[in-house]
Design a protein around this ligand. Structure first.
Ligand SMILES: Nc1ncnc2c1ncn2[C@@H]1O[C@H](COP(=O)(O)OP(=O)(O)OP(=O)(O)O)[C@@H](O)[C@H]1O
Ligand SMILES: [Mg+2]
Length: 263
């Protein structure tokens, strides 16, 4: 029985892409994928490259439509662009012609929040992640970590109850990554949006999530779900020391290793 109170839900979703060219065969990216996320839950999706993780987020954002099955947000099917969700895509998507502060304000502008109010909210978020003093810098004048921070607070300032994050810390060095994970958890605790978080980093998935869903290699199917029963608030800097960590890490790694071997 599907959970009616789910924030988002995929019901038996298939997604095939038809490549350009007359004779090209359709490519099945997702096969019979069903899962949901409860309000306020932090769910990570992990799996080999090309297994359809970004496709899942694109479906939830309404950028693409399922070939079969249903994608549901608060009980309503997603049939067009879903402006109700915040989305940090796999690319660095700050607008290069806007200053950092005006990038953070961007979502609020789309929501037609009055200027003084959106400036105040953007400034508050900028200060929360230590970007004060860089408000007037343009993206090319910021470090990679600063750009990621700006992208994250821009999406959180938008104040949606569902946030999609596609490898938001992908290209960062290990230290900056952990610092940003810690910041993200603190920001998440403020309003507790539902988060769907794609990562290749198993330690990151364990440190952040309430639940981790592993995918098979393409066509992506759900392989297993893991509840992460580590207490919160979490100390991401010492997550390895928590007793259940090792067991969960080994189980996840076994899943992924098997799938990578099958590609
Ligand atoms: N718009 C599209 N048109 C055609 N094929 C696509 C499209 N989007 C994704 N695909 C294909 O669907 C499959 C799944 O892609 P997707 O980007 O969802 O994988 P992923 O799990 O996010 O991979 P990665 O970990 O490398 O980011 C891939 O084979 C990809 O080439
Ligand atoms: Mg991807």
């Amino acid at each position: 029985m599907a959970d009616q109170a789910a924030a988002v839900r995929l019901e038996a979703v298939y997604k095939a892409f038809v490549p350009r060219g007359r004779s090209a065969q359709p490519l099945l990216a997702l096969e019979d994928v069903s899962f949901d996320a409860r309000p306020g839950e932090f769910v990570s999706l992990v799996g080999p490259s090309g297994c359809g993780k970004s496709t899942v987020l694109n479906l939830l954002a309404g950028l693409i439509q399922p070939s079969a099955g249903r994608v549901v947000h608060h009980g309503r099917p997603v049939t067009g662009i879903n402006t109700e969700v915040g989305y940090i895509t796999q690319d660095d998507n700050l607008l290069p012609w806007r200053s950092m502060l005006r990038n953070v304000e961007y979502g609020l502008e789309l929501r037609r929040v009055p200027k003084a109010e959106r400036r105040r909210r953007a400034q508050e978020f900028v200060e929360l992640v230590g970007l004060k003093g860089f408000e007037n810098h343009y993206p090319h004048e910021l470090s990679g970590g600063m750009r990621k921070r700006a992208g994250i607070v821009r999406t959180l300032a938008y104040d949606s109850d569902v946030v999609l994050m596609d490898e938001p810390f992908g290209p960062l060095d290990a230290q900056t990554r952990v610092i940003l994970q810690d910041e993200l958890l603190k920001l998440w605790e403020l309003k507790r949006p539902t988060v769907l978080f794609v990562t290749h980093d198993l330690v990151e998935a364990i440190a952040l999530s309430d639940r981790i869903i592993t995918f098979t290699c393409r066509p992506g199917r759900i392989k297993r779900e893991y509840e992460v029963r580590l207490p919160r608030p979490r100390d991401v800097f010492h997550i390895h020391d928590v007793p259940q960590f090792r067991q969960l890490y080994d189980a996840l790694w076994d899943d992924i290793r098997m799938e990578i071997a099958a590609t």
